[in-house]
Design a binder for this molecule. Sequence first.
Ligand code: LLP
Length: 461
Amino acid sequence: MDHFRYQNGELVCEGVSATALADRFGTPLYVYSAATIREHVTRLRTAFAALSPKICYAVKANGNLHLLRLLSSLGCGMDVVSLGELERAFVAGVEMDRIVFAGVGKGEQEIRAALSPVHSPMRDWRGGDGPDAAFAARLAKRGSVSCFNAESEQELEVIARVAEELGVTARAALRINPDVDAYTHAYTTTGKADNKFGVTIDRAIALFDRFGSRSRSARHLVLDGLHVHLGSPIYTTEPYVAAIRKLLVLEHELRARGHAVRSVDIGGGFAADYETGKTPAYDTYAAAIVPLLLPLVERGVQIVMEPGRTIVANAGVLLTRVRYTKHNGGKHFVVCDAGMNALIRPALYEAFHFIWPARVPAELTPTERRSEMNMPGLNPVDVVGPICESGDFLAQARKLPRVDPGSLLCVFSAGAYGMSMASNYNDQPLPAEVLVEGDRASVIRERQTIVGILEAESPRR
Ligand code: LLP
């Protein structure tokens, strides 16, 4: 579901034409639809209402401050995996009691700043145009992050030591590696025994004995939550069911040993509509998950979810302009101004993104988004970028209507892990980002400039 559609052969985002946006703001350009984000959050919350979950949006999917502000205004907390993301969420107005701090390799400095504002790098921040007293005051009185999702015994030791040094009490949930296959790309599978994430169920009991609510360390660190994240995207409910069943057995055992379990975080991973009709509805995920967790909720356990992709993927597209078309070795290439620098998912995971011209004759209006489109007059092309690697493609052997230099292409479902994974490879400036609300469009991130790139390396510094 999203608010990008064709009207009279012209792609519009909510009430704004994609061509008009590209003409006004240039390309490559990320365009986001506020209504799509709102609708996803509402639908997700409705589907899982019986659990009253704490929805902590995964900032890594897309951390633009304006999108975080929007999500925060919709009642979302944030799941962060670095101090950078934590400060980003805080700057966007999210208070620490709504932030969970995950990540397999949190540094000691990151942990320190997540526990005490005295160590926050944002103490040096002066806002856009001068010192911002309101921000400074907010920062000065901020407390500790609501929960560390801890991934190893050594990490728990560091959190406990730093909390003791600072004279505060940290809260942690333990990330369990349930050894469940999420049947997704190997690079984004995170819950199998040989992945680097979490600890095995056997180790979990020993760690609760050492750091749980009844332990000696509990004055500075209370381990009283369970966390799991299986991978992304996950197109079926079975992996969730298998992992949650294992968590429930563990929770029972921990309780039997006298440990408190106050929260259970089921991570993220819900899929997005990259292709029409392939993704389960929220109600389908909920039908499998809610009955399993309801007994915990009835005992007062807080359920946490960390959705990223499912909220923002369909809310964003990447607009790119065709620069050249050419033939090589029997193949047709469409060379665009965006490649793996702007959107690395096709190159890195061979991920599918539907691509279509922003303006088409009426008979070529797509009614569905599929990897194989059946319409007359389509030809297979490789849609590639300007980057000097043969792995730099947005699509391979994709049937598209005819395009020429200057044509505008739309890469759909690019709102998640698009801009957040974009790079300056080949010294390509990062794209600009625009947020559409109804018939208004505003720049929410300026296009990076070449001067901006080079300034960071200026010898004057
Ligand atoms: N929680 C944890 C602990 C995670 O590691 C992730 C994603 C999420 C939540 C959010 O998952 P989501 O709801 O967005 O599926 N770059 C890859 C995806 C990497 C996901 C990493 N972790 C891609 O472009 O497909």
